[in-house]
Structures are given as structure tokens and as C-alpha cells.
Design a protein around this ligand. Structure first.
Ligand code: NAP
Length: 378
């Protein structure tokens, strides 16, 4: 049976690789809707290729331009438009690959409309993990991770009974590091997040929500070859590892076909040619973002949302050459120090923490916050 997919962030790195997977299996997948930000040139080509019934872009003006060009396609815009694509009646599942906490509201919308969420966007669970979890319980929703480390843990845990374990006994989970691997072609923000190791910090927080683990059970190990994507240690000491060549199309395809697997024609791993696999602990002094993320996770409440927003602003400031690389962690630390967080936050508290942290980060950096604020839209 054909699965209808809505893709949020279709013009990005993950979005384009998702369309590659879709076009490799035309009998299995159809695209119901596409959403992106500003790259309407790329979107035009995608509309012609996969013929979605609806699309959404960031600006109203771009939506009107597209509506004229494609009269049979419904063209929406802005955060509302993103939510329209996330809740399209004809979509079975929604692949969320927008960047930043802009994904949070769309994820909630998809869950409340009964869609299976295939989640690549990291910032959604970091900012609003507790709210997403409540939503999943309330609507009996399903969320499948796309990020390679979490997909690896998800695959290692398939068929395993985890309910008998106490939190202390819980499986040790080790998201592996894909840092600086030349074959991971990623968007600008995640590339900077990788360089600061905030990417691993975000993944630790994601793993907490995806697999219901305490921070102490989630360990980061550097593995420069990026062949093992995660390992799960069980109570008897056995360790299952998930291995493949680093290629995001694999976890994307697995999320799309779960619990089945489809064949693929991409390059295969040859164990005899792998050489040595190495592992070592991260240098926490050199990469303070990792401890900032662990700290925010331990504090809980709105701290991860504030940390995530401060990180988004810092990365934008760095990319526009307004702060140096080493100012990224110190700016985030200043925002977290000043944060008067709320425990057990609801959606409004998370939006407020996000808004406050963006202003605070811009203020500390001496920049006009109007230039850098990209708030989650209420
Ligand atoms: N790339 C990877 O290998 C990888 C792996 C694991 C997880 N992830 C996560 O997946 C997410 C996407 O990463 P990426 O590397 O694909 O990023 P990317 O290449 O920068 O793409 C981001 C996408 O989001 C769209 N977008 C941005 N803001 C938007 C908004 N407000 N409304 C609608 N669309 C918006 C962009 O549209 P325009 O370009 O048209 O503006 C683009 O399609 C991130 O959270 C990242 O951490 C990525």
C-alpha cells in the first residue's frame, strides 16, 4: 500500500534525501505535502516532480507567487501554513526536517491529527520534550526517530522488553559521534552544532525523551569513523551496536518503512575494508556545550528550551560573523545562569522561555535582538 508523506523542510539536507528515498520506491510512497522556508526555486522543482496537493513557504508573498504558477496546488505560508501541511487529511505520516524550534508546534499538530511523526528535527524534543510526550500519550500517537544515533538505538531496542528495568538498571545508551565526518552533508546550523558538540548535547536530551532514560544512562563516545551509530548495553552486560556506512538515507528510509525494511541500492559497508574502529571520551573542557546540555537536562523544566533558544541565536550570530566561535558556549552559559526556569512547563511556558532566552542572548551579545530573534510562533 502506498504511504502518503508530508515533508516539512523539504528543501534542506534531510528533506532532499527524503525525496531521494521516495523516488527510489515510487510504488511505496507518495508525497501529499511539502513545506520549506525561503528556497522557492528548489520547491518549484520538487512540486513538478512529486506533485503534492499542498505546500507551505515562510512568506505570504512567495505563497502567492507559487499559487499563480501552480493553480491546482494549495499554497500556504508562515507557521500556520507549516501546521496545515503537518495536518493534511491525506497524509499518513509527517517527516519533520525543518531546522530549529519552529518544528515544535507542527509536531504537536501532526500528533493531534493522528499522523505518525518521523522526527529529524532535534530542537523540538530539546525545547518541548515533556509537552510532546504528553501529547503522544493523550492522542496515542507514534513518533519514530530519524536522527542516525536515535534510529540506531530504536533499532537495537526493537523486540526488547524494557519494562522490567528500574531507572538504575536501565540500559546504558551511547549515542555515537558523527563529528566532522566528511561524508555527512548537513545544513548550516547542525554543522556548527557539530563543531561545538552542542549537536551531541541536543541528542542526549532527545534520547532522554525518546527512550525515557535518565541523563546518567546516556553516554557520549567519540567514534571518528562514524560506522557505529549507537550502542545499547543491556542489564546482562551484552551490547548491541547498530552499524552502517554514514548515510542519512538509511535511517530516513527505515523511519518511512518501519516496522518493515525495503531494499536499497546505496553503497554497502564491507567489514573487511573497514580497518580499525576507535572510540574515546569527549574532551569536555574543549567542548563545554556538552556539559551545558547535560546541566540543562538535569535541571529540567524550561532550562532545555532556554538553552536551545540561546544556542540557535548564538549560532546565527556566529554564522553572520557577529561573535566568535568560542563565544557560543559562553553566551549560552550566561543565558542559562540568568534563567529563572519553571518546572513542569506547559506549551506557553516553553514559548515564553524560548522568547526570553533569545532576547537575553541577543542582549548579552550586544546585538539587536530584532535581527536575530526567530521565535516559535504561538
Ligand atoms: N542533516 C543531517 O544529516 C541531520 C541529521 C540528523 C538530524 N538533523 C536535524 O534535522 C533538522 C534539519 O537539518 P538539515 O541539515 O536538513 O537542515 P537544513 O539543510 O538547514 O534545512 C532546513 C529546512 O528547514 C526549512 N525551514 C527553516 N526554517 C523554516 C520555517 N520557519 N518554516 C518552514 N521551513 C523552514 C528550510 O527551508 P529553506 O531552506 O527553504 O529556507 C529547509 O528546508 C535539524 O533539526 C537537524 O538538527 C539533520
Amino acid at each position: 500500500m502506498t504511504k502518503n508523506i508530508a515533508i516539512l523542510g523539504s528543501t534542506g539536507s534531510i528533506g532532499r534525501q527524503t525525496l531521494e528515498v521516495v523516488s527510489a520506491h515510487p510504488e511505496s510512497f507518495a508525497v501529499a505535502g511539502l513545506a520549506c522556508g525561503v528556497n522557492i526555486q528548489e520547491l518549484r522543482g520538487q512540486i513538478r516532480e512529486v506533485r503534492p496537493s499542498a505546500v507551505s513557504v515562510a512568506s505570504e508573498a512567495d505563497a502567492h507567487v507559487l499559487q499563480k504558477e501552480f493553480p491546482t496546488v494549495s499554497c500556504f505560508w508562515g507557521p500556520e501554513g507549516l501546521c496545515r501541511i503537518a495536518s493534511l487529511p491525506q497524509a499518513d505520516c509527517v517527516l519533520v526536517a525543518v531546522v530549529g524550534s519552529a518544528g515544535l508546534r507542527a509536531v504537536l499538530e501532526a500528533i493531534s491529527h493522528g499522523k505518525t511523526v518521523l522526527l529529524a528535527n532535534k530542537e523540538t524534543l530539546v525545547a518541548g520534550g515533556s509537552v510532546v510526550r504528553k501529547h503522544l500519550l493523550m492522542y496515542r500517537g507514534a513518533l519514530i526517530p530519524v536522527d542516525s544515533e536515535h534510529s540506531a538505538i530504536f533499532q537495537c531496542l526493537k523486540g526488547e522488553n524494557r519494562r522490567q528495568l528500574s531507572p538504575e538498571q536501565l540500559d546504558k545508551v551511547r549515542p555515537e559521534d558523527a563529528l566532522k565526518h566528511p561524508t555527512w552533508l548537513m545544513g548550516a546550523k547542525i554543522t556548527i552544532d557539530s563543531a561545538t558538540m552542542m549537536n551531541k548535547g541536543l541528542e542526549v536530551i532527545e534520547a532522554r525523551w525518546l527512550f525515557d532514560l535518565p541523563a546518567t544512562a546516556i553516554e557520549v563516545v567519540i567514534h571518528p569513523q562514524s560506522i557505529i551509530h549507537s550502542m545499547v548495553e543491556f542489564q546482562d552486560g551484552s551490547v548491541l551496536a547498530h552499524m552502517s556506512l554514514p548515510d542519512m538515507r538509511l535511517p530516513i528510509q527505515y523511519a518511512l518503512t518501519y516496522p518493515e525494511r525495503l531494499s536499497s541500492s546505496w553503497p554497502r559497508m564491507n567489514p573487511a575494508q573497514l580497518g580499525t574502529l576507535t572510540f574515546f571520551p569527549p574532551d569536555r573542557k574543549k567542548f563545554p556545550c556538552l556539559d551545558l546540555a547535560y546541566g540543562a537536562l538535569e535541571k529540567g523544566g524550561t532550562w532545555p528550551a532556554a538553552m536551545n533558544a540561546a544556542n540557535e541565536v548564538s549560532v546565527e550570530l556566529f554564522l553572520s560573523k557577529r561573535i566568535g566561535f568560542s563565544a557560543i558556549p559562553s553566551l549560552i552559559a550566561k543565558v542559562l545562569e540568568a534563567h529563572k526556569g519553571i518546572m513542569e512547563p506547559d506549551m506557553e511556558d516553553i514559548l515564553e522561555a524560548d522568547r526570553w532566552a533569545r532576547e537575553e542572548a541577543s542582549h548579552h551579545a550586544g546585538a539587536s535582538h530584532h535581527a536575530v530573534a526567530r521565535m516559535i510562533q504561538p
